[in-house]
Design a protein around this ligand. Structure first.
Ligand code: ATP
Length: 247
């Protein structure tokens, strides 16, 4: 199914950051072919906050992984700021991921023997124009947890360290796959507050995959997928603060 790309967005004057044109992804498992994405078209705009919904197996992670240069489509084209990355080689994709993309996953993948500040510093040491680890941690509300080790932090705090680590290199996009999947309601909201804050303060284009439809209210756009296709795009005229979300 092709969705019109000409609809207005709340960021309608913003330039396109990702242009996805008819991408398909087929996984071959022996004799069996799994069509994870089917001729999908999508534009994402600078600074927008997008929530991706859809049942398990609908292709959300596959799409996010392609956007982030972790996977490549079987056919179609994928552009980042007019640069065609569809057939980019490993060196180009590595540079793209390193300079332009921050990833957040359900599990935080922090290094247990390093403090919050040191976990973030690992990334800032190799980035081009990083912010200071302290600044990144302050942005996610962890100024007073700089010298704590992961084991001394709650799940929500660890996820916020992971967010600080992802944004400290000032990526243009932040791709989040089930960032609150392992967290309870209240803690999940605090993590969403941190993502909203980063989106607002740094203008980082943010895409969040979730099974939780209650999160949709904080997005500029809500994209719903089913069986490898986009079945609906909804525009929120009035975004909700994460604290006002209910699920
Ligand atoms: N590496 C892979 N090899 C084979 N099949 C895969 C692979 N990755 C994903 N798939 C299949 O592609 C389809 C889409 O998977 P994907 O993970 O993108 O869905 P999803 O919407 O993110 O699901 P979930 O919400 O459960 O994470 C599924 O049928 C899945 O089994």
């Amino acid at each position: 199914m092709n969705i019109s790309l000409a609809q207005p967005t709340t960021r309608q004057s913003a330039p396109v950051i990702f242009h996805v044109e008819g991408i398909s992804k087929v996984y071959r498992m022996g004799e069996v072919e799994v069509h994870a994405l089917r001729s999908l078209n999508l534009d994402l705009y600078e600074s927008e906050f997008v929530v991706l919904l859809g049942p398990s197996g609908s292709g959300k992670s596959t799409l996010l992984n392609i956007l982030g240069g972790l996977d490549i489509p079987s056919s179609g084209h994928f552009y980042f700021r007019n640069q065609d990355l569809t057939n980019a080689n490993d060196a180009v994709l590595t540079r793209f991921r390193r300079n332009s993309v921050g990833f957040i996953f359900q599990f935080y993948n922090l290094i247990p023997s390093l403090t919050a500040r040191e976990n973030v510093a690992l990334v800032t040491e190799i980035a081009r124009h990083p912010m200071k680890p302290e600044q990144a941690l302050e942005l996610v509300g962890l100024r007073d947890r700089l010298d704590h080790f992961p084991a001394q932090l709650s799940g929500g705090e660890q996820q916020r360290v992971a967010i600080a680590r992802a944004i400290a290199k000032r990526p243009e996009v932040l791709l989040c796959d089930e960032p609150t999947g392992a967290l309870d309601f209240q803690t999940g909201k605090i993590v969403l507050e941190a993502l909203a804050q980063v989106n607002q303060e740094l203008g980082t284009t943010t895409a969040v995959i979730t099974h939780n439809a209650g999160i949709a209210g904080m997005a500029d756009r809500v994209i719903t997928m089913r069986s490898g296709e986009i079945t609906n795009i909804q525009y929120n005229e009035h975004k909700l603060a994460p604290s006002a979300l209910e699920w």
